[in-house]
Design a protein around this ligand. Structure first.
Ligand SMILES: NC(=O)c1ccc[n+]([C@@H]2O[C@H](COP(=O)([O-])OP(=O)(O)OC[C@H]3O[C@@H](n4cnc5c(N)ncnc54)[C@H](O)[C@@H]3O)[C@@H](O)[C@H]2O)c1
Length: 461
């Protein structure tokens, strides 16, 4: 299959990366006069601003970057609406930059090259769009946003401003999933025809989504978008094509109003002895400092009750998805499983790939993940992939390296831009709409993104 690589012009490359790649990537003797005159651009660090100093902003996109990439970047501003969490974030991240509770002021005062967006999902679009309008490239956490109108606004802003929006799909970078991509591209099972993909969230991590803002569709787009956009991006990348039609089913029958009792949060609950979901957030020093001590500013309860009546997302979901290249997918997401992980099978004209990951409570001490390759009429083959050492199966650190280490190649096409971010969200948005109408929903009817048989890949350097 022929993949189209969207490349940036050389000038756009220099402008957009500042000097991330400058000295290491470019040989000055190859530069033209205009580029040489801008020698400062070859030595200066990328100016990074971050909005959303919650867990993700403080950790992977804060402290980790200061520790690992201080030669390439410097934080110039941190912003959050919660002044207490912002102060904690500055200390935890270890940045010496100013902090802001006003986003516009941060952008005006600091003029970053790169804006990192790690706020509540429903607010991402505001900062992505304004960030690009104010001259920064953007790196946003998934999901890029939560509905089709906001997707369109982001795509329009990218076009209008000439800036780019990268979406941090860390799941693509886990070695196990990368190996599957390579096997599919190498034609190990012939032509891919269908995928069975079933994801299980457990009663610890899965339940956690029902404690926080994620339990409200207006904040996270429901788990169809907040969580499953990870899975839909993987499918789009593995299948190497765009999703075309989605039929969804879903219900809420375990958490929220279904619980036997409820309270505002665990610390104020009368049922702590009877409730399997009781969790004392104050026992975790980090959570106490970042969340509990800052509740007084915004009322954000990290230990909210999973049985609150206002939960309005599904806890059981299934979808049938057809792709433009003819592949069909059976997908499901269960949120109250005894273990966390997934089962996946790729069916092809010459065989089948099976993989099973158990992320929590592993059944064995093996330090590898397994893929089984079945070739029709031949013996099966077991492939063992060593566990990665960083978060999300080793994917987090590999993603960071690709973004911040100069000249890192992208042979597995793991870099994801706004089109990828849009398509990953659109499958979940289509599933939501399908449940509401009882009808299949066409991706092409939602935004200006028109599904193509051969996936378009984005390269942002
Ligand atoms: N890729 C992954 O595997 C992964 C893992 C965890 C979180 N995430 C994503 O990271 C983002 C943040 O998640 P989190 O777990 O850190 O959440 P969080 O609730 O801990 O942090 C969100 C922060 O955003 C701030 N905020 C909310 N609205 C704001 C606004 N209008 N202006 C400024 N600040 C605002 C909040 O005060 C809070 O500090 C989410 O989009 C989530 O989907 C991704």
């Amino acid at each position: 299959m022929k993949n189209q690589l969207k490349s940036m012009s050389r000038r756009h490359f220099l402008a957009s990366t500042g000097a991330i790649a400058g000295t290491a990537l470019l040989n000055p003797s190859n530069l033209n006069a205009e580029e040489l005159s801008s020698t400062a651009a070859l030595t200066k660090k990328t100016k990074v601003a971050l909005i959303g100093t919650g867990s993700r902003g403080c950790g992977m996109w804060g402290r980790d970057l200061v520790k690992r990439y201080s030669d390439q970047l410097e934080f110039v501003g941190l912003c959050d609406i919660n002044p207490g969490r912002l102060a904690f974030g500055k200390e935890y991240i270890g940045a010496s930059c100013p902090t802001f509770t006003d986003f516009e002021k941060m952008m005006a005062d600091t003029k970053p090259d790169l804006l990192i967006v790690t706020t509540v999902d429903a607010t991402h679009h505001e900062f992505i769009i304004r960030g690009m309008e104010l001259g920064a490239n953007v790196l946003t956490e998934k999901p890029m946003t939560i509905d089709e109108q906001k997707i369109q606004a982001i795509l329009d802003a990218e076009k209008r401003t000439g800036k780019n929006c990268r979406v941090t799909f860390n799941y693509r970078y886990s070695p196990h999933r990368a190996k599957i991509w390579e096997m599919l591209r190498a034609g190990e099972i012939g032509e891919l025809t269908s995928v069975d993909f079933h994801w299980y969230l457990d009663t610890s991590h899965g339940a956690d989504y029902f404690r926080r803002w994620h339990r409200l569709v207006e904040k996270g787009g429901s788990l169809w978008v907040h969580k499953a956009s990870h899975h839909f991006d993987l499918l789009n990348w593995w299948i190497d094509s765009d999703p075309e039609t989605v039929f969804g089913l879903g219900s809420l029958e375990f958490y929220g109003k279904n619980g036997p009792f409820r309270a505002e949060n665990c610390r104020t609950c009368n049922h702590t002895k009877d409730c399997n979901f009781f969790w004392d957030v104050t026992k975790n020093d980090y959570y106490r400092k970042i969340y509990v001590e800052n509740e007084k500013y915004d009322g954000y309860l990290r230990d909210g009750c999973v049985f609150k009546n206002d939960v309005n997302i599904f806890d059981k979901m299934a979808a049938s998805i057809s792709y433009k290249n003819g592949v069909q997918v059976s997908y499901s997401l269960t949120t109250y499983s005894p273990y966390e992980g997934y089962r996946i099978a790729f069916n092809g004209t010459k065989g089948r790939i099976d993989a099973w990951i158990q992320e929590s409570k592993p059944v064995s001490d093996a330090n590898y993940d397994e893929i089984v390759l079945f070739r029709n009429f031949k013996k099966r083959e077991y492939i063992h992939i060593p566990h990665g050492t960083s978060g999300h199966g080793g994917g987090d650190a590999l993603l960071q390296d690709q973004i911040f280490i100069p000249n890192t190649p992208d042979p597995l096409k793991q870099c994801a831009g706004a089109r990828d971010g849009a398509l990953a969200c659109l499958v979940g948005i289509a599933a939501r709409k399908s449940i509401a109408s009882g009808q299949p929903v066409k991706i092409a009817d939602l935004t200006s993104v028109k599904p193509e048989a051969n996936k378009q890949y984005t390269r942002i350097v």
